[in-house]
Design a protein around this ligand. Structure first.
Ligand code: ATP
Length: 212
């Protein structure tokens, strides 16, 4: 679509894993995005406080992306007080990139809960939303979400700076950070679920050793 557009993947990244990285790259390739900003949240509004500190999660992210110049670790949510609302992050990105299309990447699981996000009705004024779908996914959305989805679903290539919902099929990787933390706490190896360099730093910092 455009090579000067920015993709945004927010998350806890506790720790970052291939289930974040590969789908983000799939989207960057399929939509021709210039950069993907990986944005670790400080205080997630919808979940418990991460086990690793913000600084540790950033260090893990930096190792994970070091061979991909299109990926950027963006610390803006860590520099803000209070809960990490996506809408505030989008406003700040829009200010920084007034003329670039923004694409907010969300997994289907996150998209299903999007109508509970702070000021969710304003999201499409600031960004497109890319719903990262599993190849064989058939999603039954609640009625209110399905009508919002249909209303904004992209139908052709002439997308603007914001306003469309774009489903994209991504590599199916059944990996979660929870599964990785549990494996480590149980003394099992998380190898091949996340980059080796990230595992080495997790080990060095002694992260996720305690059962949650
Ligand atoms: P946790 O297990 O701690 O809940 P997580 O692995 O789901 O963490 P998050 O940091 O919460 O990771 O996820 C950030 C974003 O990445 C969300 O939009 C989520 O839907 C997406 N995501 C996470 N894992 C995958 C995966 N395996 N495939 C596709 N998208 C994913």
């Amino acid at each position: 679509m455009t090579d000067s557009a920015i993709g945004i993947l927010g998350g806890t990244f506790d720790p970052v894993h291939f289930g974040h990285l590969r789908p983000a790259l799939d989207v960057a390739d399929q939509l021709g995005l210039e950069q993907i900003h990986l944005i670790p949240c400080a205080v997630p509004p919808h979940r418990e406080t991460p086990l690793a500190t913000a600084q540790q999660r950033v260090a893990l992210l930096l190792l994970a992306i070091k061979n991909n110049p299109r990926f950027v670790v963006d610390e803006r949510e860590l520099q803000r007080e209070g809960p990490s609302y996506t809408i505030d992050t989008l406003r700040s990105l829009r200010q920084e990139f007034p003329a670039k299309p923004l694409y907010l990447l969300v997994g289907t699981d996150a998209f299903m809960g999007i109508q509970s996000w702070h000021e969710w009705q304003q999201l499409l004024e600031l960004t497109h939303i890319v719903v990262m779908q599993r190849p064989d996914e058939t999603t039954a959305m609640p009625d209110a979400l399905a009508s919002w989805y249909q209303q904004h679903l992209v139908t052709n290539d002439d997308v603007n700076l914001a306003g469309k919902i774009i489903p994209v099929k991504v590599t199916q990787l059944s990996i979660s950070a929870t599964q990785i933390r549990t494996s480590i706490a149980n003394g099992a190896s998380p190898q091949y679920l996340l980059p080796d360099a990230v595992i080495s730093l997790v080990d060095m910092l002694g992260l996720y050793q305690q059962k949650e």
